[in-house]
Design a protein around this ligand. Sequence first.
Ligand code: NAD
Ligand code: DAU
Length: 376
Amino acid sequence: MIIVGYLLHIDVYLLAIKDMMNKMEKNILITGGAGFIGSHVVRRMVKSYPTYGIYNLDKLTYAGNLENLKDIEHLSNYHFIKGDICDGELLQQIFERHQIDGVIHLAAESHVDRSILNPMEFVRTNVIGTVSLLNVAKNYWKERQDVLFYHVSTDEVYGSLAEGAYFYETTPYDPQSPYSASKASSDHFVRAYGNTYGLPYLISNCSNNYGPYQFPEKLIPLFIANILHEKPLPVYGKGENIRDWLWVEDHAEAIDLIFHKGKAGETYNIGGRNEWRNIDLIHVLCEKMDHKLGRKPGSSAALITYVKDRAGHDMRYAIDPSKLQRELGWKPSLTFEEGLDLTIDWYLANQDWVKRVQTGAYRDYYQLQYGERFNS
Ligand code: NAD
Ligand code: DAU
């Protein structure tokens, strides 16, 4: 169900009346649900918890794509609201009308390279947007303790690691990019609202995700697309930086588990103990693509082009997920080999999705599908 033109449209009131009549067990606000990880989290929550009302609030920036949720948009416990997390008035209306009991906050500007070019947008959404959301949650929930504000954050807040070291929940923050500085700031605000106002919160810090529906500006989907079209593969610097990769559905499962079983006021690190030097990962990707496309071995690797390094490029990330494994029993469901195969196969089978993202056509989906009925 789609809700737009919030202040003006009768559908909002009808929806609120329907909510009152069939009071759901819980009403959860998920922000950024039209993005990469958010769409996996929304799908999982809508399908696994039919007695929850799931409200997906997303501004639909370049990274928001409602086509990611086509398969569940007809389900009666799913509701989409187009809007900005910086809009305090809208947030207040959402909390009041839909009696929100929990927030899973994923909305963010997420791409490090974009944060280097335009840091202000990252401050606006990631810092100011998060504080707007915290403020409305605190005011609406008052002293309630049966509610939860869950902030989905990143391992990048901890900075860059030397060889042999790991990120623990106790590792001091040392963000190095405008993106990670904005996420670190939002984590600090979440803890400050817990400490100052008693707001029940949870934070998780996760490593690099990969899988279906990732915007093709990030390493893995960009390189799959470039290999397919025989375009250069731009490797930053010497390709020696190390990232720790996790299958996106394993992240969504961890979020579900932490939201339901995590202890309020705690932080959990999420990662699959799966470190790769960029260049080694790229070679594996190239070999798999040659094989899947029936091309001569070595043809994809020939596209590798070393380019100027990313400014302030963090050398290594590596998560120690022991706390999450020990306390909540989480473990990754796939090996990297399996996850990478599934990811490549998904992108090859969904070239139409990639094309619509690359041409910008995906931006019409919202208008075409729902614009006439709900446009404000
Ligand atoms: P994404 O860029 O794919 O999606 C972000 C979503 O947020 C989009 O749908 C976008 O439209 C929405 N959004 C942006 N600004 C908004 C605003 N002002 N109001 C409402 N909606 C807005 O991001 P992602 O990769 O799915 O990451 C989701 C979250 O997980 C982010 O908070 C990110 O920091 C965190 N995270 C990502 C990774 C990763 O590897 N991608 C790893 C760890 C943590
Ligand atoms: O660690 C978690 C973070 O992972 C998330 O918080 C971010 O939202 C997410 O974007 C991701 O950040 P990275 O900067 O690590 O991801 P990206 O895919 O942009 O880059 C992965 C590595 O590959 C990094 O070392 C930079 C390098 N790279 C990336 C691109 C896009 C290249 O060498 N060439 C490229 O074209």
